[in-house]
Every structure is written in C-alpha cells, then in structure tokens.
Design a protein around this ligand. Sequence first.
Ligand code: NAD
Ligand code: FE2
Length: 371
Amino acid sequence: MWTFHLPTKIHFGLNAAASISELPEICGRRVVIVTDSVVRSVSEIQQLIEKTAPSAVFDKVRPNPTVANVDELTRLLRENNAETVLAIGGGSSMDTAKAAANLAVTTDASIRAYHSEGKTFSQKPIPVVTIPTTAGTGSEVTPIAVLDDEEKIFKSPMSSPSFYPVCAVVDPALTFSLPIHVTAATVLDALSHAIEGYWSKQHQPICDTLAKEAARIIFAHLPEVYDNPKSAAGRKALSYAALTAGIAFHLPKNAMIHACSFPLSNRLHLSHGAACAFTMEEAIRFNAPAMNGRMEEFAKFCGFDEIETMIQTIAFLKRRGGLPCTLQEAGIDSSLTETLIRESFHPLMNNNPRPVTEEDLRKIYTKLEAR
Ligand SMILES: NC(=O)c1ccc[n+]([C@@H]2O[C@H](COP(=O)([O-])OP(=O)(O)OC[C@H]3O[C@@H](n4cnc5c(N)ncnc54)[C@H](O)[C@@H]3O)[C@@H](O)[C@H]2O)c1
Ligand SMILES: [Fe+2]
C-alpha cells in the first residue's frame, strides 16, 4: 500500500527563469523575494530580481537558516501584504520562504511554536514559487523546511502539506556560478536523498525508480561538471537529478545519513551536503547487508559491478570536490564523537532499514578517524 502525491507545478529548462515575470503566480501580484546576499550578487540573478519588480527583497538568509531568519522575514511579509513569496537561492532560502509564508498568515510571532513546540499549520499559506540556484536539496518541490534553533541548539526538519511550493522554476543556467566545493556538497546531498529515499522503511515504487535514476545521473555527470563547471549538459543533468531526488525522498523521508548530519552541521557547522556526505560510505556499508539485495540492484543500475565500487566512487567524488573524508579533515576533535553519537538519534533514525545503536555509530566514527 502506498500513496504518491506532488502538487507543485514544475517548469524545467536552461533559461526557464527568464520568463518568470509572465507566470500567473508572479504577474500583477505583490511579490516578496527571499534570497541570500551571495546569490543576490550574481549578475544574472540581479537581473532576474529587477525583472520581477518585487515589493521587497529579503537577502538576509544564512546557510543552515535559523528560526530568527524566518521570524524576521515573516514581519516583512506582513508589512508588505505579500501575495506571493518568490525564493531564489539554495535550500536555505527556499526553506526560509516556505516557513515564513506559512507563519505570516497566523497570529504567531515565531516559527518556534511550530518547529519545536508542537503547533501545526491549519491555514492556507501565502503561495511560494521556488527558483533553486543549487542542484541539491530538492526543496523546490518538497513540503519540508530545515531550520536551526540557535538558542535551543536544535536543527531539525519540519514538514507540513501546506509547505509545498505552488510552482518550481528549475533553471540549470543559474547553477553555473556555483564554486566547485558547493557543487560537490549540494550534489552529494542530492545523492544522499536518492539513497535514503530508496532505503527508507517507507520506500515506494515511484520514488524508488526516481531515486535510482537520480543517482545514476549524478555518477555519470558530476565528474564532467568538476572538469567543466560551465558545461550546460552537465549542469542540466545535475539540476534534473537533484529535482528527481527531492521527489524521491519527500514521501519516504530520509534516514541515518540525515540523522547523523544534524549534529555535524548544527554543532560543527559543516554545510548540510558535506555533513550528509561525511557518513555516506559507512552508512551504505552498514545498511546494505540488511536490504535483501536491493543495494546491489541500486549499484548495478548506476553502472557499478558491485556496491564497493560505488562506495569508492563516492569517496573519489568527495575528495575531488574538496569535502572532508575524515574527522581530522573536518576539523572534528575525536573527543567530540560521543556528543555526535548521542545527538544523532533524531526521529529520522527510525526510518533506517537496519536498527542503529550507539555502538554501531561508535564503530563508524572510529573508521572515520583516519583512512
Ligand atoms: N527542504 C528540504 O527538503 C531540504 C532538503 C535537504 C536540505 N535542506 C536544507 O537546505 C539547506 C542547504 O541548502 P543548499 O545546500 O542548497 O545550500 P545554501 O542555500 O545554504 O547555499 C550554499 C551556499 O551557496 C551559495 N550559493 C547558492 N547558489 C549559488 C549560486 N548559483 N552561485 C554562487 N553561490 C551560490 C549560497 O550563498 C551559500 O553560501 C540546509 O539548511 C539543509 O538542511 C532542505
Ligand atoms: Fe539533505
């Protein structure tokens, strides 16, 4: 028994964002744009913002966005009577936009009430349009926002059916300006979505198919984009893979890789993608024996003769993209591993195909000490 649902309209293609102002969700409406200062400084994006003639631009989103980010944006949306929220950026901007678009229609002042204090959304939000500028999170189509509550030292995804964007405009040309290490981290985040959506206890056939296809495309095209960051074919493939990986995990949900990533990014400030990539090879070695041959099938579909070859390729893609592969490279003192282990037991861990104990994670972190 499974259910598949995706209400977000998707426009995909090189230069698809050029006609954004003609979309019914944008045209003639009071639009507030949500982005970050780095993305705003990219000349193609500056032009895009001007074309949209927004009521206001909020460019204070920070990587791993915070409860405070969302609360500040919410005040701006209310002041401007926003009719559409247009997120242009990576997962951080899109997540901030989705959360604030939902909070703005309530009488609450802070998203904390919903992020960690149990309230649920019941009203129709301000419609959100997403334009991803990274090929990674899939947030352009997911009903999820990951927020960091700095006061509580609590980073966690929140999810609501009302978080689905009404429309996603995926324009791979907007990813040409990404530096290699951000490309590596974000694309490996997409790979982690493909793997986790596939091995989640709640996996289902449509998502399985998309997950395998997304991973196959990533293995085929990431090396090409490392060699030539402006490869239109390569960037197009990676944006498509990130989008489909987002669709692949949004219903089955993530598992141990993401559960372990939260303390790595929350406490130690690794980027989300680097944090997911950090335990990826060991998580595959750990889960594969409990998956009744499904991981072998995944590796073969991606063109590998066996799982271990796929794992070695992931290690190569991490190194080539400048991502940390050991505790030392990540700047993590081994005295911190017990804290990391303790804080990895997020509810997503219950989705893992194989039960995980503290001792299992201890063994994984010991392997990550040096290679
Ligand atoms: N909602 C979801 O479904 C979902 C899924 C996975 C991750 N996330 C969350 O998304 C966030 C990470 O998003 P992300 O990985 O896309 O990174 P991000 O949005 O934090 O961006 C990473 C960096 O890249 C820069 N950048 C983005 N686009 C650029 C471009 N075109 N050119 C140059 N620089 C650019 C940004 O300014 C930033 O410094 C995390 O908080 C993570 O937890 C959300
Ligand atoms: Fe992720």
